[in-house]
Design a protein around this ligand. Structure first.
Ligand code: GMT
Length: 376
């Protein structure tokens, strides 16, 4: 199949899912066209069956806001015609589903039918899309999609609660490529750079937005390191990062915390990690937690949104009410207290991650694409 994928090219989860999906589809022989404003971060090397088309938005002084949707829909129409693309899969409703709908209409005028699948990822529904300034257009573009998928049951429920949706929403959970973890194993990155032999390594990875409750991450770690030797790896960048650095300084733990910023070495860091923290306000799925679990890392998370669908309480880690940092720290210490317990949780985390193996999830997308293109 010839498929166009529209996504955000950044470190965010939706872009990661879209890119990994496209790369795997390409490996399986499909022709994939990524259409976005810069090369997706996980698309390091273009390979067989993978194309990348950049959407350019020329600066013009008249525009207070540059019209990205206009440029994206034009690019989509041009690329669909040039490469005879059969299907459009947009990740994150805003503004991709809206631009996709416009492209569909333009192509219809020329007698071309372009089926569109919209995958809802989370903040496009729970935080941004729900804003009264966007809601009408977001509802419209979801309803005009030929098929809609959501990355968790929880996000599906939120979408149906917050929007008047007329079409079916199919839940297709996010996935992980487990083979990669076996093949790459531990690489040249040295554990000694991060922590001493006797210290546990705790990691948090996110875009450092308010929704991630970064101060909770620091407070949980603060309590952990009072009981056992430990270091905290803070990976990612965003508006809450500076505040987090000051909080560490205030608590006197700055020397025990490494702020990496955005990193392409996530796998290496996770391969040495003992425990992952994700105390988010809300999380439609929590891809970062799954990525950790695929490296046999247990997870301490909140129980918000789709997190209970990924992190199983008492099995792959523990879940607590958001903001309950005392309980989260206690649970963390329960896992870390002795090597036998930690190893059991590590084993369980990997076993749960295996349920989300790309091998199990990708056929669900392929089946949907087939239905969208060939109508059966
Ligand atoms: O985590 C973020 O804020 C980024 C955001 C995105 O769209 O890139 O992540 C959302 O989509 C991910 C991939 O489906 C999910 O794993 C995240 O849980 C979801 N984030 C939220 O719901 C806050």
């Amino acid at each position: 199949m010839k498929i166009a994928i529209v996504c955000y090219p950044t470190f965010g989860g939706s872009g990661v899912v879209a890119t990994e999906l496209g790369l795997e589809l390409a490996r399986r022989g499909h022709e994939i066209h990524f259409i976005t404003y810069s090369q997706p971060v996980r698309l390091a090397l273009l390979s067989t069956n993978v194309h990348y088309h950049e959407v350019n938005v020329p600066e013009y002084p008249l525009f207070h806001f540059q019209p990205y949707e206009l440029a994206l829909s034009s690019k989509l129409v041009d690329m669909v015609k040039l490469y005879k693309i059969e299907l459009l899969h947009v990740h994150y409703a805003i503004p991709h589903a809206y631009a996709g709908y416009m492209a569909k209409q333009m192509l219809k005028d020329e007698g071309i039918n372009l089926p569109m699948i919209t995958t809802l990822h989370g903040t496009d529904i729970t935080l941004v899309g729900n804003h009264p300034f966007y809601k009408t257009a977001v509802t419209f573009s979801i309803n005009k999609s030929d098929f809609v998928t959501s990355v968790s049951e929880s996000l599906k429920a939120d979408t149906l609660k917050l929007f008047k949706i007329k079409n079916e929403i199919q839940v297709i959970p996010n996935f992980i490529e487990l083979d990669k973890h076996e093949v790459e194993a531990v690489t040249s990155c040295r554990r000694s750079v991060m922590a001493d032999e006797n210290e546990r390594i705790i990691t948090h990875i996110s875009n450092f937005r308010k929704v991630k409750r970064i101060p909770d991450v620091i407070q949980i770690f603060y309590k952990i390191q009072q009981q056992i030797p430990a270091k905290l790896m803070m990976v990612g960048d965003g508006p809450e990062k500076e505040k987090a650095e000051y909080l560490c300084q205030e608590l006197g733990i700055l020397d025990k915390v490494i702020f990496f910023g955005n990193s392409n070495e996530i796998d290496k860091i996770l391969s040495y990690t003992d425990l992952f923290l994700l105390p988010s306000e809300t999380e439609s799925f929590g891809l970062a937690a799954l990525e950790a679990m695929a490296w046999s890392v247990p997870v301490i998370s909140s129980n918000s949104g789709g997190l209970p669908e990924v992190n199983f309480d008492g099995v792959s880690g523990y879940l607590s009410d958001k903001g309950n940092v005392d309980e989260m720290a206690e649970n963390a210490l329960k896992i870390l207290k002795d090597t036998a317990t930690l190893n059991k949780f590590k084993e369980n985390a990997l076993a749960v991650a295996k349920q989300f193996d790309i091998e199990n999830i990708l056929p669900l997308y392929e089946e949907l694409y087939h239905k969208a293109i060939y109508k059966f």
